[in-house]
Design a binder for this molecule. Structure first.
Ligand code: COA
Length: 260
């Protein structure tokens, strides 16, 4: 697929996906969503890609939400279909088996906040602003906001953000646990790449299983979640990466993982 609304660059195993509609603050119209679906699939299936960074073009916005001109036209059935399609796209990033970090470089509102929350880690620039402003438009979050926000920041704070529709700045987002780190705008690309590279230096199969265990286990009863974890722990014992990682420790040298 040739992208018209995304930039997709792969360097040193890292795919940088930039949503590129800066004149509309990178709002998610149907074309962006279709291209993001393709990008998520590429990240999941291309063995040359080891991890990904999602960001927005321009200095002002990560993603200022779903495109309100699309939403204005939708009826109940295409509205539900749009929400389910969008949820599927975000879920594909979440379950792509490789670490995905959101570099939040400005507004992350509505679908933008939801897209960032579907990433495994969020790093924000100081000028970032977060919010779920849907109720101001007479609608509700549709790309997972009512579900991932309480899981990340707790039910009470999530209720407040969703019901007031108020925006919060990066410092407050950090305080409530919505973002992992806040850096200056100039530092954002380097800080995001550095964190991803730290993750990519670890055993890739182990990283993939940790993502899966955290995500799947979060929604399971503790006993089932612990069994899930034990299965991943056992499975990883069959990998070359486990043999290499433990041997490298005992031989006091850096590990060279192959992802096998
Ligand atoms: N959908 C469609 N277009 C959007 C958009 C969205 N979610 N967010 C911003 N844009 C467009 C604006 O319409 C404007 O387009 P125009 O220049 O053709 O008029 C352009 O992006 C710039 O936005 P503007 O509102 O002029 O910038 P601002 O700095 O004054 O305000 C925001 C920035 C983010 C506060 C404001 O754009 C906003 O509230 N956007 C909607 C956020 C939202 O409700 N998102 C959830 C949707 S479910």
């Amino acid at each position: 697929m040739t992208y018209q609304t995304l930039l997709f660059d792969v360097k040193d195993g890292v795919a940088v996906v930039t949503i590129n509609r800066p004149d509309k603050l990178n709002a998610l119209n149907d074309q962006v969503m279709a291209e993001l679906a393709d990008a998520a699939e590429r990240i999941a299936t291309d063995p040359a890609i080891k991890g990904a960074i999602l960001t927005g073009a321009g200095p002002k916005s990560f993603v200022a939400g779903a495109d309100i001109s699309d939403l204005a036209k939708q009826g109940p059935f295409d509205g539900k279909a749009r929400a389910m399609r969008g949820q599927g796209v975000l879920r594909r990033f979440e379950t792509c088996g490789k670490p995905v970090i959101a570099a939040v470089n400005g507004f992350a509102l509505g679908g933008g906040c939801e897209l960032a929350m579907a990433c495994h880690i969020r790093i924000a620039s100081e000028n970032a602003k977060f919010g779920q402003p849907e109720v101001k438009l007479g609608i509700a979050p549709g790309y997972g906001g009512t579900q991932r926000l309480p899981r990340l920041v707790g039910k009470g704070v999530a209720m407040q953000l969703i019901l007031t529709a108020e925006m919060i700045d990066a410092a407050e987002a950090y305080r409530i646990g919505l973002v992992n780190r806040v850096v200056t705008a100039a530092e954002l690309p380097g800080a995001t790449t550095a964190m991803l590279n730290t993750i990519l230096a670890n055993g890739p199969l182990a990283v993939a299983h940790c993502i899966e265990a955290v995500n799947a286990g979060y929604d399971l009863p503790l006993a089932d979640a612990l069994t899930f974890e034990a299965t991943a722990f056992g499975l990883l014992a069959a990998t070359d990466d486990k043999r290499e990682g433990t041997r490298a420790f005992l031989e006091k040298r850096p590990a060279r993982f192959t992802g096998a």
